[in-house]
Structure formats: C-alpha cells, structure tokens
Design a protein around this ligand. Structure first.
Ligand SMILES: [Zn+2]
Length: 448
C-alpha cells in the first residue's frame, strides 16, 4: 500500500512539469512519476516504498551451507498505485539483472534500496511482473550497520524483526504492504529448509533437495522466514484438520525433550486462543526450535521460531502461547507504524496471563501485581515498554464477553484510536531490543 502524502506531493510536481512543457493541465495526472523510497514509518524511514502494492513474492533460491552463498531470483507481482516511471524495492544482496514485464530494466543499488527504472512506465492499476536475479553471502552484508542474517554451523536462520527480508529477497519491506508467498530453496541432500505455510513438496536431483513452501494468506515481509540446517521435521494434523509442521534442530541436546513437550502442544494453545480471540486466521500451524543462532522467539506467520534457551529449564508452554497469540495480534492484525509495536506485545503478554489462569498458576491480576512489585520506579524496566507493561495496558481494558472483542480492539487501535499516550514507546531501539526487555529475553522477568 502506498503513502498518500507522497502521492499528493507527486501530483503537485506533475502539474509543474506539465506546465513547463506546455501540456494541457488535464493531462498532468497521466505523467508517470517515480515512486518514493519510504512508506513513511517514523522509526524506520528507509522501510517500504510508495507507488505500488506488492501482491505476491515467488522466491526461488539455491543455498550452500558450507559457504553461506545464496543465489537465485525473486519474482514480484505488483500493481502500481500511480503511473510509475521508477520504483524501489528494499534489498541488500548483489543484483545481476532485473526484468519488468519481460523487458530488461535499468537498476541501481545502495543503502538497502534497489532502484528500478523500467524501459517503459508502468500504468496505474495494471499488474506488473518484476524478476530480480541476484546472489550474495548474506552474513557478510550490513545495512545501516545492521546485520540480521544468522549463519549457523549447518545452515542459517532468516528470522528477525523488523528487518530480515532484505538479506534474502527484494520486497516492499513494511507490514503495510502484505502479500502471499511461494518460497522454494534448494540445499544439499540431507539438509532441511523450513519456511511459512504449507509444504507443497520436495524434489531431489543431482545431490540437491528443493523444499517448496506456500503461504497463501497476506503476510508481512518480516514474518517470512527460513530455517536451514539439520532438523527433525514432523508433519501431522492440527486444529481443524490444518497441516501442522514442527521442526527441532538435531543439536538441541538436553533441551530437545522439553522443546518437544512444549511446541507439540501448539494445537492445544491455538484452541485455547481461538476461544478468546476467534477463529485461527491462517492455513497452517507449527513451530521451529533452532539448535543455535537465536536469543529470542519470533511469531513468524503460521510457524513461530524459538531459541532453545526457552526450554533450558524444562517445558515452557507460555512462550508457545505468547508467539501463537501474535498470530492474531501482530500477524493477522499488524502495526501500521512500528511505534505501535507495544500493542502486539500487550496482547501476547496478556494471553500468557490468561493461559496462567487456565493452568491455575495465578490470575492476570496476581501476575501484574507481582511484576509491578519487582520493579521500583527508577528501574530501567520502565524506560521502554516491555510486554508486561503493555499486557497491563490491555488488562485494564479487559474485554467483556459480548461487548468487546480483542480483534475489534486491535482494529480500532490500528485506526489510531485507543492509544494511551503514556504507553507509547519513547526510544527508537530496534524492535527486537525492546522485545528482549520483556518476555522474549531468556532469563528475563519470569512470572511462573
Ligand atoms: Zn512478543
């Protein structure tokens, strides 16, 4: 989706250009103009773009774990929201060629932006096909000093928030522009590739196995993920007959059984959450526990990814409930601005507290009181908005059956009402740092 303010500016520029060349004023709106390099997020101005709506990504890659070398192509289906002379994708690997509607296009790269100038302007509302061929060693790439790709002993993890897409595929990298995905990655035989949605099949030839995944519901770019390495992959049937895929790194050691005892209960957690929030919004479910490389858990759409640290002391169903609550709040209903991330975390944390009530391990009020008592006023805990604080904000608005529903509350929030000013996040640290201050930090505040 495109930012309207930029469009207004472009329209004004079009009028000026048309006047200079003597065109009739009525023709000005047809003058193709460049799309913008930012969707307008105040925390991350480099994220997203304007001028088009990306509707589908077909990502087809080959990955070599021994060298961390990735190459292949991404085909982006997009619809221009204006007559478009040039447009940006967010991307950081080395691009070799770009085709727009099968015609070679000019392009430049730098600072995480791929700028594409098609041979002919794109018409507003007419779908276009963009093929980007590229390669690179993602672990060697930084964007604005940031490095999000995680290379491991036997593969890699493309898992992070809010930035990970530009290390493996070009995109309109902001939750405002969701799309469907096909992700196909070839790796040496014996290596596994896990991603979002449904496994549509694997093929093997010439020593390589290609894993094909499909995520058919609208998905934010940061929630697309890859987990590559040696995994024990389990396929079963979950809630309402959906495909359930869980995967456990083969190097989990003593934590392996506790990880399974937690993540295999994902369908039970989703059933509990469905009773609170309404029908599960996606077409598949599951979870991945990586052997190494992660210090947090992330709510990747249909398939959260967990650090093994969450299971070091035994089973932990709370983190499973937290990440799956994000399927409703964060994934299906998403932030329009990253500064509102606190509400994602508030609902996920509140869901943990409700799970605690369900398990007879303390009520939401008791857990809030316990957390509050642990942190005196001068505690840095209060300098950011961790999940527990946001959970309390949601608890105060505790939803009344038949009168309020959480999905409706989040939708209202997305329309930028219902936001307690005192609860806004003040800092601009990367989102994951703020996550880590709350429940995403292994060894952090624990209420059970
Ligand atoms: Zn969370």
């Amino acid at each position: 989706m495109s930012g309207r303010s930029s469009l207004r500016l472009c329209t004004a520029a079009a009028l000026c250009a048309a006047t200079l060349i003597g065109a009739p004023a009525g023709a000005a709106s047809a003058t193709p103009l460049p799309g913008g390099p930012s969707i307008g997020d105040s925390y991350y101005p480099g994220d997203g773009n304007t001028g088009y709506d990306a509707t589908h990504y077909d990502i087809r890659l080959t990955y070599q774990p021994g060298t961390d070398h990735l190459d292949g192509s991404t085909t982006v289906l997009l619809t221009p929201t204006q007559d478009l002379s040039r447009f940006n994708l967010d991307f950081a690997l080395t691009v070799h060629s770009v085709l727009v509607d099968n015609v070679p296009a000019r392009f430049t790269e730098g600072d995480g932006e791929l700028v594409i100038t098609p041979a002919a302007p794109l018409a507003q509302g007419r779908p276009a096909t963009v093929v980007v061929r590229y390669d690179g060693v993602p672990s060697e790439v930084t964007v604005g000093g940031e490095q999000a790709w995680k290379r491991t002993a036997d593969g890699a993890l493309a898992v992070d928030e809010p930035h990970i897409a530009r290390w493996w595929f070009p995109s309109d990298d902001h939750p405002l522009d969701k799309a469907s995905y096909d992700v196909s990655v070839a790796v040496p035989d014996g290596t596994q590739v896990i991603s979002n949605g449904v496994l549509t099949g694997t093929t093997s030839r010439l020593g390589w196995t290609r894993w094909n995944w499909r995520s058919s519901r609208p998905q934010a770019s940061y929630l697309a993920f890859l987990a590559i390495g040696h995994f024990d992959v389990r396929r079963a049937t979950g809630l309402a007959g959906q495909p359930l895929v869980t995967a456990y790194g083969t190097g989990l050691g003593d934590s392996a059984d506790a990880a399974r005892a937690s993540v295999e209960r994902t369908p039970e957690a989703l059933e509990f959450l469905s009773g609170l929030f309404g029908p599960y919004p996606f077409e598949a479910q599951g979870g991945v526990v990586a052997s190494e490389g992660l210090g947090f858990a992330l709510e990747n759409q249909t398939r959260p990814v967990y650090s093994p640290k969450f299971f070091a002391r035994g089973a932990n169903t709370y983190v499973v409930v937290h990440e799956n609550a994000h399927q409703w709040f964060g994934d299906a209903v998403s932030v329009a601005h990253w500064r509102d991330i606190w509400l994602n975390e508030g609902f996920a944390t509140f869901a943990e507290w409700l799970w605690s009530e369900h398990e007879h391990e303390g009520t939401a009020q008791q857990l809030f009181d316990h957390t509050y008592a642990q942190h005196p006023a001068e505690d840095p805990f209060w300098q950011v908005l961790p999940g527990a604080r946001a959970g309390e904000a949601v608890r105060r608005r505790r939803l009344r059956p038949g009168r309020d529903d959480p999905a409706g509350a989040a939708q209202r929030h997305r329309r930028r009402r219902d936001v307690p000013p005192a609860a806004r996040v003040g800092g601009r640290a990367p989102v994951r740092q703020r996550h880590d201050r709350g429940f995403h930090r292994p060894g952090g505040p624990r209420l059970w």
